[in-house]
Design a protein around this ligand. Structure first.
Ligand code: IMP
Ligand code: MG
Length: 176
């Protein structure tokens, strides 16, 4: 496990992002949507820096059917409580990889007629894209490697690590 983006680097990128978001939304009604579970720490840190008294917090959880032949076969395991029609919506995600998950979510949310719909992701794996997704804000970009920590998991482990770490291959002799 090798730290790739440290707590301090993450915090600095989130402060920059929050400044942009504050300039865009000001005090207009805004629904900030956390994509569970991976984005939870990023979301918690980000929303504390948003100076908008009209922010509403809401949560979705999505599951992809990894066994299915259709990479776009995704569904909600938890949907929003909030009616987003006519409101600004900011989706907060951990990693955009192939893009299938966010393509599904955006198609679904767009049909509910929000005033605007934007995507902020902690990490953008741009070069892995299969489905078209517009990433409005990305704190970090990554070309290769599997990362854990700061909300991100490997089989539900490592979410509570404070840094974002790369999972390295076990070495030849089997030690980590
Ligand atoms: P997509 O539909 O391929 O874009 O899948 C994105 C989802 O895969 C993210 O929400 C993450 O939960 C997960 N994911 C992709 N890459 C990583 C990684 O490096 N570490 C942890 N989760 C990842
Ligand atoms: Mg995720």
């Amino acid at each position: 496990m090798r730290p790739l983006f440290t707590q301090d680097e993450i915090e600095a990128r989130i402060v920059e992002l929050a400044e942009k978001l504050n300039a865009i939304y000001r005090e207009e009604p805004l629904v900030a949507v956390c994509v569970l579970k991976g984005a939870v720490l990023f979301y918690a840190d980000l929303i504390r820096l948003i100076n908008n008294p009209n922010i509403i917090l809401d949560f979705v959880r999505l599951s992809s059917y990894r066994d299915s032949m259709d990479p776009g076969a995704i569904d909600f395991t938890r949907d929003l409580d909030t009616d987003i029609a006519g409101k600004h919506v900011l989706v907060v995600e951990d990693v955009v990889d192939s893009g299938h998950t966010m393509a599904f979510l955006f198609e679904t949310l767009r049909a509910r007629n929000p005033k605007s719909l934007r995507l902020a992701t902690l990490v953008d794996k741009k070069s892995h894209r299969e489905a078209e997704v517009q990433v409005d804000f990305a704190c970090f970009e990554l070309d290769q490697g599997f990362i854990v920590g700061y909300g991100l998991d490997y089989a539900e482990r490592y979410r509570a690590l404070p840094d974002i770490c790369v999972v390295e291959q076990a070495s030849q002799d089997g030690s980590e």
